[in-house]
Write a protein that binds this ligand. Structure first.
Ligand code: S3P
Length: 223
């Protein structure tokens, strides 16, 4: 469906509803993403499930439900950071600055690497630091929940707990940040589009992809 010239990365991602993982005899795990073939080594140890993606894509809500389904513990890195700092995230940003928040985020993520049977909801900026993505990939299947800027704006416009979205033009901010971060989010193992889908379907999709990564099912490309 190439109408009007080449599609932007963001448009391509918006089309992604799911991705399939296949196991081949040559020891390579092949992953299909909207016609694109990605590869990851079969030796990946997947003990946990990590949800990444932009603010307002439902990482915590979906993660909590998937954790119940899997019988795993649910952890939210933002909550762990707040517990460690003893103050809420907006206050960390205000008093210590974003860099201090990112240091805590990095610490918390590194500590999770030694744990098992976790569903981890990460903050939307966590994997912008490539060390954090590498750390997550060393123990978890990394699933990115995706939505377009307008949908994210709609979901977040009445919320005030995200310092980075407290701007004069939240939609413009979301558009710019989403475009900047899109190449990072695309490095997740799996992209799941959350637009116009009931939450239970997103939960089922994430759970399915996790089962597949553990070799628990046959490859598919459900949407
Ligand atoms: C951030 C996302 C937030 C939180 C912090 C920064 C980001 O988490 O970590 O406000 O940089 O995208 P959620 O994605 O859970 O809102």
């Amino acid at each position: 469906m190439m109408v009007g010239g080449p599609r932007t990365e963001q448009e391509k991602i918006s089309d992604v509803t799911a991705l399939s993982i296949e196991f081949t005899k040559s020891g390579v795990r092949r992953v299909r993403l909207s016609g694109t073939l990605l590869c990851m080594p079969a030796a990946r140890a997947i003990h946990n499930l990590a949800l990444v993606g932009f603010m307002g894509c439902g990482k915590s809500t979906v993660g909590r439900q998937v954790a119940i389904d899997l019988g795993f513990q649910f952890v939210d890195t933002d909550t762990l950071i707040e517990e460690r700092a003893g103050i809420p995230i907006p206050e960390i940003f205000e008093t210590e600055g974003e860099a201090a928040f990112r240091r805590l985020e990095c610490e918390v993520l590194a500590e999770l690497a030694g744990r098992q049977e976790l569903v981890i909801a990460t903050g939307g900026g966590a994997i912008v630091n490539p060390d954090n993505l590498a750390s997550l990939k060393s123990h978890a299947l990394v699933v990115c929940l995706w939505a377009n800027a307008e949908a994210i704006h709609e979901r977040t416009r009445h919320q005030t707990h995200r310092p980075l979205l407290q701007t004069e033009d939240p939609l413009g901010t979301i558009q710019r940040m989403l475009e900047e971060r899109a190449p990072v989010y695309k490095q997740a193992d799996v992209m799941v589009n959350t637009e116009l889908r009931p939450q239970r379907e997103v939960v089922a999709q994430v759970r399915h992809q996790f089962d597949e990564s553990k070799g628990g099912g046959t490859a598919s490309s459900a949407s």
